[in-house]
Design a protein around this ligand. Sequence first.
Ligand SMILES: Cc1cc2nc3c(=O)[nH]c(=O)nc-3n(C[C@H](O)[C@H](O)[C@H](O)COP(=O)(O)OP(=O)(O)OC[C@H]3O[C@@H](n4cnc5c(N)ncnc54)[C@H](O)[C@@H]3O)c2cc1C
Length: 377
Amino acid sequence: MDFTLTPEQTALYDSMRRLAREVIQPGAAERDRDGRWDPDVWKQTAAAGVAGMPIPEEYGGSGGSIIDCCLVNEALAEGGHDGGFGLSLGAHWVIGTVPIWLHGTEEQKRRWLPGLCDGSLIGSWASTEPEAGSDAAGIRSTARRDGDGWVLDGTKMFITNGPIADVCTVLAKAPEGPTAFIVPTSTPGFSVGRELDKMGCRSSPTAEVVLEGVRVGPEAVLGTVGEALWRVAFECFDWERTVMLASSVGGMRAGLDDAIRYAKERQQFGKPIAHFQAVAHKLADMEINYQVCRNAVYKAAWLKQEGHEHMLEASVAKALVGRLAVENALECVQIHGGYGYLKDFPAERGLRDAKLVGIGGGTTEIQKMIISRTILA
Ligand SMILES: Cc1cc2nc3c(=O)[nH]c(=O)nc-3n(C[C@H](O)[C@H](O)[C@H](O)COP(=O)(O)OP(=O)(O)OC[C@H]3O[C@@H](n4cnc5c(N)ncnc54)[C@H](O)[C@@H]3O)c2cc1C
């Protein structure tokens, strides 16, 4: 096995981390406090080519491999220290853009991908509903035929980028079964409901989306009518559990580096607290957790890149990061003592951001269900 990155990949990682330190990290605390999305941060980051990472260059993307995509997500999270930005970026390209690339007709790809890749358009994905979260097959939104087009009705919940998206891929139930529709958010009847006041990742806007008699033409159907759950939605979840998960690993690195820096600087009993074994061992445990998570994520991503079966590995990675990212974030707060409990340091924000890993894109319990079903089969 070869774990080395090419010189180009190392340079990509370094340049993305630098960009994030310069563009995303300043103001991250204020955006978190205010629950505010900053379009300027988006524009400057998108200008570096990250808004369409895996999309082929002929559609305006950067043509990156799966591992390249992971490296960019990880580096932006490590340097940016802003879980919300990583969430919005992921919702934009991982689940908002990739399905159009993989399942779109040539016409759909030409219409949507160039704008999504240069960041002038923001993408989103809407499958979750108030009554259908883990049970994605339980959606109640309907798609009714109307002439050669469709009428969509229903309510979607927890939609990342809902308030800022230009286009939303919506999952609704046609008579043949769940079907995906590419819906411009300016379509009459498409509206953003309540904006959700979250515990973490607060710089990323999340909202309810309401569909009231949304009329779309036949060209809005993404993929095959009735087959979107298995072919499109489950594939989205797979990208979330591999490529998007790399952001959380970058967040773990940022928290660990903060904790190391603080432990070396903070003096108690006449010496840096890093000299106390209890603190040093916490840092060692955090490094162990980080390395285990990073290896698990990249193993699943590499299997995906090489076209191998990887559902088990992706769920293992998701469950592992869901637990250990929170464990590390808690220890980061603990090492900062009372200051870790204040908003003056990024430690408490890191903890709130980390909690989402075990919930969004399939909860830890659902990952364990997939893992146990696989090993018991
Ligand atoms: C910040 C944020 C952003 C999101 N962004 C998006 C987005 O952009 N687009 C989108 O479509 N969705 C999005 N989601 C939705 C997310 O994917 C769901 O929240 C998640 O799948 C869980 O669904 P739920 O919240 O309805 O919880 P539920 O499914 O109601 O689960 C509640 C609890 O029951 C457990 N549980 C449920 N079923 C089982 C079972 N069979 N066995 C054992 N335990 C079970 C769960 O693990 C959980 O602990 C987002 C969510 C959040 C919080």
